[in-house]
Design a protein around this ligand. Structure first.
Ligand SMILES: [Zn+2]
Length: 418
């Protein structure tokens, strides 16, 4: 099973926008751009909403059938580990093996020594095609990297083999993620992590490192853009080099988690993909649910009322709802409107405050981020929320499609506007 060059992870919290999401990808296809949709949902999301991995599979299959999509598509068991992978195993054909928790745990001394020995040929000045500077590699450096990452990579091997035993070789896509680590991985760390993954015979087709800067949920990139550009280019070059050096799949590519809404770095990503003629997997941050809220608000009447209620209740449970997302949101409480203020808003004011349009004076990233973590409230509204989605599905669907196509696929893959 091969993941195509370009792919996008489309999370869909409530599993109702599969068709609207796929419409965006079909629109891109009309313009000659082939992008594989990957429906992803993590254990955390399933638990908060009360859905199961079977629901994601059902949604994807139904969307594909109704839209007549005949190209590849996948269902991603997002951020799994050995403890929870079994719930996903029969419903997914894409597995994001998350090893971040094991980073820093030490592998057996013999394993570290063997890794250092196997990679001794890289000691000295390393040049990587596509990167101007050279890297000074020492035995100490390789040992340090092994001490930090080898145990985590061994865990990836354990999880991979567990999945392979059940599903069979080549019947699924493997991604390895370290994006939830505390510190970013340097390009050289990435190189040796790939060496170790090859050593564990993990046939990963995507890898999601932690990049420099902040990839907060639903909002733009925060950090040093030049540094990101450099690192992204170097990571891309490292992957091309590693694929030549080690037994790894030829189509190995970077995966960018929380990759939605990172408008300020899309132009660099697009140029790098062209420069290296390589692919990418962009995993969105589940922001389709915010398009549901935007659509509900714009519908006015009972739709707007539900959107306001979600905000009021989310505001009231700020600490509880923000806690699981503490490292991936940055909300300034002083910039949040009070529920009483929001109660007086009309459709357009609510939608403008929420929609990620930085040139709109009403756009409020704090409001947007808080609502992003408020999906638990919508889940608890139960049938009332579901019925509202059904009643206003047309306007919601338009917003979902437009968001993926115009604010994501176009700037990342097609360009022109930025
Ligand atoms: Zn991630």
């Amino acid at each position: 099973m091969i993941l195509p060059k370009y792919s996008i992870g489309i999370g869909d919290r409530f599993g109702r926008q599969g068709q609207a999401q796929l419409q965006a990808i079909m629109k891109a296809k009309d313009q000659g751009l082939e992008i594989a949709p990957v429906w992803n949902k993590s254990c955390r999301e399933h638990t908060i909403i009360g859905t199961s991995p079977a629901d994601t599979r059902e949604e994807a299959d139904a969307a594909v059938k109704v839209c007549g999509w005949s190209d590849a598509y996948f269902v991603d068991a997002d951020h799994i580990n050995l403890a929870n992978v079994d719930d996903f195993i029969h419903h997914s054909d894409f597995f994001t093996i998350d090893i971040a928790d094991y980073i820093g745990e030490k592998a057996a001394p013999d394993d570290i020594a063997a890794f250092v020995k196997n990679n001794a040929k890289y000691v000295g000045a390393m040049t990587i095609p596509g990167i101007e500077r050279t890297f000074e590699i020492t035995t100490d450096l390789i040992e340090q990297i092994a001490s930090k990452y080898l145990r985590a990579v061994q865990e990836a091997g354990n999880i991979y083999r567990h999945i392979e035993n059940i599903k069979g070789k080549d019947n699924f896509i493997t991604e390895v993620s370290t994006d939830e680590a505390e510190l970013p991985q340097t390009p050289i760390e990435l190189f040796f992590i790939l060496a170790a993954l090859a050593g564990e015979s993990v046939p990963l087709q995507t890898i999601a490192p932690k990049f420099t800067g902040r990839f907060n949920k639903g909002v733009d990139y925060v950090g040093d853009i030049d540094r990101f550009r450099n690192e992204f280019e170097q990571d891309t070059a490292v992957i091309a080099y590693a694929v030549n050096e080690f037994p790894l799949p030829d189509n190995l590519k970077l995966s960018i988690h929380s990759g939605s809404d990172k408008f300020s770095i899309y132009p660099f990503i697009r140029r790098t993909l062209r420069k290296f003629d390589t692919g990418v997997h962009i995993k969105t941050a589940g922001t389709t649910w915010l398009e549901e809220l935007t659509g509900l608000a714009l519908a006015g009447g009972d739709g707007l009322a539900i959107a306001k209620e979600v905000y009021r209740r989310t505001f009231g449970r700020f600490d509880e709802l923000c806690k699981p997302y503490a490292t991936v949101i940055d909300i300034d409480k002083n910039r949040l409107p009070t529920p009483a203020e929001v109660a007086g808003w009309d459709e357009q004011t609510f939608a403008d405050s929420l929609r990620h349009n930085q040139s709109c004076p009403n756009y409020n990233p704090d409001f947007r981020q808080l609502l992003h973590v408020g999906y638990k409230i919508a889940a608890q509204l139960g049938d009332r929320y579901q019925d509202a989605l059904k009643k206003h599905e047309e306007i919601i669907g338009r917003n979902v499609t437009e968001n993926i196509f115009s604010r994501h696929l176009q700037p990342i893959f097609i360009g022109g506007s930025s």
